[in-house]
Design a protein around this ligand. Structure first.
Ligand code: G4P
Length: 526
């Protein structure tokens, strides 16, 4: 198969949701369709339950699981589909934001009873910043939930998406009869806990067909007929071009746990979802069809095997063909590297691969060379954009609790920051180190890992800080004046960028007002 044929086969996407909406269940059903797993229950949820926050072993176990499920590849209808796993726990939101830089489209799962939840809102906002094409799957129709029209309104208003339903539920909860596929013009009947067989799909091209009354009863048939008329008036016809531009999201209804409505979702996905898309770099746009290989690291995972200190860096291939044992340029370090054991992931199985194509994600064994956002190329100097750090909201001072292990501590902190576990800032006035995170769980993860992987001990001290903002100004004089006046609030991040540490939203606002020529950025990329 030619290079272009290989790349055109790839569909790389992520599933996002608020915890408990059914992301893990849906992932598993998709893998079952693809034959990547044989039995239900093979994909372990990587969610960390609230109760487990102080249980370090649990954190460790979860980390192990999330390595195994970071990328799941399967073949379906001649395509190679890569699902990138996104942690649902909000404390790991930043991990999810970064994973979203490596996908070409997403499926958003929404619980029919709960509607749009906060985590869904945050994640969709990140997708919309990049115009990522989005398909919506409304899950748990076997339970009572919100009215379908109300839900679509909520999706439009809270997520800011324009939607059009491609399937429509007939009843819900105990009265759930199935869905009518607007996309395929089929009636799909629901049998709780049954396997969806071909014969349960009835092709009805005309909704006035009397078979509809027979199958779902006269009342429900009438409701469906009325509602599809309303749908025609309210929602635009599906248009793939708008979907690919991130401007129109098709919506499906189903029940993941009952494997209902999932095949319809997958069949539509393989028809409409984008092939590997171009990526922006500081130098120029990179097209997947280019001959020269390029890719970037979007995730780094510490090895679970205590005998091996090395880590796995996840590389998204953006252009050209990646080959095993071939020299590539590590752009940030300006050095050539080659990889003897690059791995691909089929569900929980890892295999060494000889080559990989745009859209693929491979795991590279790394002894500490990589950082999130690093580029690997055939020789050209490229810096991929859109992999920012987000302004953290929780801060603590780090104290070295074992002076004999100062070196180990420094190394451990450096490596954990490279992995993107948290961000570290060094205060200008006294050189004290401050760790900033999106969620509180990371503080425990860092403390535990420093001790178990690096033999270093830390204690934390509360820091009364609310926000860290990256600072810039086109006006040198204004910037100088600002840094002189606010010296006590300034720090530098691990890249050496200037950061303002605000004690409260209010103080941040005051400082912004007092220094109109200084810009305050909430992501590290500006
Ligand atoms: P997540 O990854 O988004 O966090 O959600 P997950 O798939 O783990 O699903 C959360 C819960 O919702 C699970 O129940 C799962 O079985 C259930 N669920 C998923 N899809 C459906 C559906 O279509 N209908 C109904 N009624 N439930 C669904 P749990 O009790 O938390 O776990 P489990 O013990 O059942 O695995």
């Amino acid at each position: 198969m030619s290079f272009i044929e290989e790349l055109k086969k790839r569909r790389t996407f992520g599933i996002i949701s608020h915890p408990d909406a059914g992301k893990t269940t849906l992932t598993e059903k998709l893998l079952l369709f693809g034959g990547a797993i044989q039995v239900a229950g093979a994909v372990k949820s990587n969610k960390i339950k609230k109760a487990a926050t102080s249980d370090f072993m649990e954190i460790e176990r979860q980390r192990g699981i999330s390595v195994a499920t970071s990328v799941m590849a399967f073949d379906y209808r001649g395509l190679k589909i890569n699902i990138l796993d996104t942690p649902g726990h909000e404390d790991f939101a930043e991990d999810t934001y970064r994973t979203l830089t490596a996908v070409d489209s997403v499926i958003v799962v929404i619980d029919v009873a709960k509607g749009v939840e906060p985590q869904t809102e945050k994640l969709v906002r990140v997708c919309r910043m990049r115009n990522t094409p989005i398909i919506v799957f409304i899950n748990k129709l076997d339970r009572e939930g919100k009215d379908a029209f109300d839900l679509l309104d909520e999706v439009e208003s809270k997520l800011g998406l324009s939607v059009t339903p491609l399937s429509w539920p007939i009843g819900m909860g105990s009265r759930f009869k199935g869905v009518y596929s607007i996309y395929e013009k089929n009636l799909i009947l629901f049998q709780p806990h049954g396997k969806q067989e071909e014969e349960e799909i009835i092709s009805i091209t005309d909704l006035n067909d009397e078979r509809l009354d027979k199958e779902v009863g006269k009342d429900m048939a009438k409701t469906l007929r009325d509602e599809t008329e309303v749908i025609k008036d309210l929602y635009p016809e599906f248009d793939q071009e708008y979907y690919l531009a991130g401007e129109l999201s098709p919506v499906f209804f189903g029940s993941a746990v009952n494997n209902f409505g999932v095949r319809e979702l997958l069949d539509c996905f393989v028809e409409i979802a984008p092939e590997p898309l171009p990526r922006e770099t500081e130098e120029r746009p990179v097209n997947p069809t280019e001959d020269q290989f390029s890719g970037f690291i979007f995730k780094i995972h510490a090895n679970m095997d205590p005998n091996h200190r090395d880590r796995i860096a996840f590389l998204r291939i953006c252009s050209g063909k990646f080959e095993r044992n071939t020299n590539y340029l590590h752009v940030r370090q300006n050095k050539k590297m080659k990889f003897a054991n690059p791995t691909s992931f089929m569900a929980a199985k890892k295999t060494v691969i000889d080559e990989a194509f745009p859209g693929d994600v491979i795991g590279l064994y790394d002894s500490g060379n990589f950082k999130i956002g690093d580029a690997l190329t055939g020789g050209e100097v490229l810096h991929f954009k859109g992999i920012p750090s987000f302004s953290p909201e929780q801060f603590r001072f780090v104290n070295n609790a074992d002076p004999l292990k100062t070196k180990q501590l420094a190394k451990g902190l450096d490596q954990l920051m490279d992995e993107g576990v948290a961000q570290m800032f060094t205060r200008d006035t006294d050189g004290r180190r401050i760790i900033g995170t999106v969620g509180a769980l990371q503080f425990e993860v860092i403390q535990y890992r420093l001790e178990h992987e690096y033999g270093a001990k830390v204690t934390y001290e509360p820091a009364s800080l609310r926000k860290a903002c990256w600072i810039s100004s086109p006006d040198d004089v204004a910037l100088k004046e600002f840094t002189a006046r606010r010296k006590k609030d300034l720090a530098h991040d691990t890249e050496g960028k200037l950061v303002f540490m605000a004690e409260s939203e209010w103080s941040l606002k005051m400082v912004q007002e007092n220094h109109p020529k200084v810009q305050f950025h909430f992501t590290s990329e500006f």
